[in-house]
Design a protein. Structure first.
Length: 248
C-alpha cells in the first residue's frame, strides 16, 4: 500500500511549513515517513504542520533554516540527521517567486532570487549528500514550468529555475549510483491565498491548459511521491506537472 511505502524512512523538506511544501510534507507523512521541515519566518505554520504530520502517526520536527546561509544549512542538516538517525529523502522546495519587467530588475533582486532558488538547493544537497549516500537515498528538487518556458515578467525567477533543472541533471550524474536525483516542475498552481506577486484571477491560465484547470498543491505532492517511491533507476528527470500548459 502506498501509505506504507516510506515506513521507516526519514525525509527533509525545505520550506515545508506552508503552501506546496506543507502538502509535500503531509503526503510523505501519510506515506509513512518521519519528516523534518525547515522554515525561515513561518514558525507558527511550521508548528501546525508538525502537529498534522504527527496526527498521521509519524514523527516530525520543524527547524529554522535560511537556505541562503551555508552555516544555517549545515546546522539544520546535521540536526535533522541526528534527530531521526538518517536522511533518506531530500525535497528542495524552499523558493521565492518574483515578478518584474526584465529591464527593471535590480542586481539585488536578481541575486536574491538566485540565492534561494538555486544556491539553496545546492547547499542543502551538498550537506545532506553523505547521509543520502549511506542509505541510497533520493533528492527531489522543485523546479517550475518557468524553468522550461520563458515568462517575460519573471525573468529572474525563470532563470533561477532553469539553473535548478540543470543542477538536477548534474547532481544525477555526480551523485550516482548511490543517490537518484529528479525534479518536479509545476505549472500554474492555484492557492487559496495567493502571494502579492501572484495574480488573483488565474482563470486565464486554466483556459490555456489542455486539462482545463490549474494545478493544485496535491498534484505536486503526488508527483513528489512518484519520485520518492518509484524506481530508483529513474534519475535526472524533469517532470512537468502542468496539465499540458507547456504545450500551448
Amino acid at each position: 500500500m502506498q501509505s506504507k511505502l516510506l515506513h521507516g524512512k526519514s525525509a527533509l523538506v525545505t520550506g515545508g511549513a506552508k503552501r506546496i511544501g506543507r502538502e509535500i510534507a503531509l503526503a510523505l507523512g501519510n506515506a509513512g515517513a518521519d519528516v523534518v521541515i525547515t522554515y525561515r519566518t513561518s514558525r507558527q505554520q511550521a508548528a501546525q504542520t508538525v502537529r498534522e504530520i504527527e496526527a498521521l502517526g509519524c514523527r516530525a520536527l520543524a527547524l529554522e533554516c535560511d537556505v541562503r546561509s551555508e552555516a544555517s544549512v549545515r546546522k539544520a542538516v546535521a540536526t535533522a540527521a541526528a534527530h531521526f538517525g538518517r536522511i533518506d529523502l531530500l525535497v528542495n522546495n524552499a523558493a521565492v517567486f518574483a515578478s518584474s519587467a526584465l529591464d527593471q530588475i535590480s542586481l539585488e533582486q536578481w541575486d536574491s532570487v538566485f540565492e534561494t532558488n538555486t544556491r539553496g538547493p545546492f547547499l542543502v544537497a551538498r550537506e545532506a549528500l553523505k547521509h543520502l549516500r549511506a542509505v541510497h537515498g533520493r533528492i527531489i528538487n522543485i523546479g517550475s514550468l518557468g524553468g522550461i518556458r520563458a515568462w517575460a515578467g519573471h525573468a529572474h525567477y525563470c532563470a533561477s529555475k532553469a539553473a535548478l533543472h540543470m543542477l538536477t541533471q548534474a547532481m544525477a550524474k555526480a551523485f550516482a549510483p548511490e543517490v537518484s536525483v529528479n525534479c518536479v516542475a509545476p505549472g500554474w498552481i492555484e492557492f487559496e491565498q495567493p502571494e502579492p506577486s501572484e495574480p488573483r484571477d488565474a482563470s486565464r491560465f486554466a483556459a490555456r491548459t489542455p486539462m482545463r484547470r490549474n494545478g493544485t498543491v496535491d498534484d505536486v505532492a503526488q508527483a513528489v511521491l512518484f519520485f520518492a517511491t518509484g524506481p530508483s533507476f529513474v534519475t535526472g528527470q524533469i517532470l512537468a506537472v502542468d496539465g499540458g500548459l507547456g504545450l500551448s
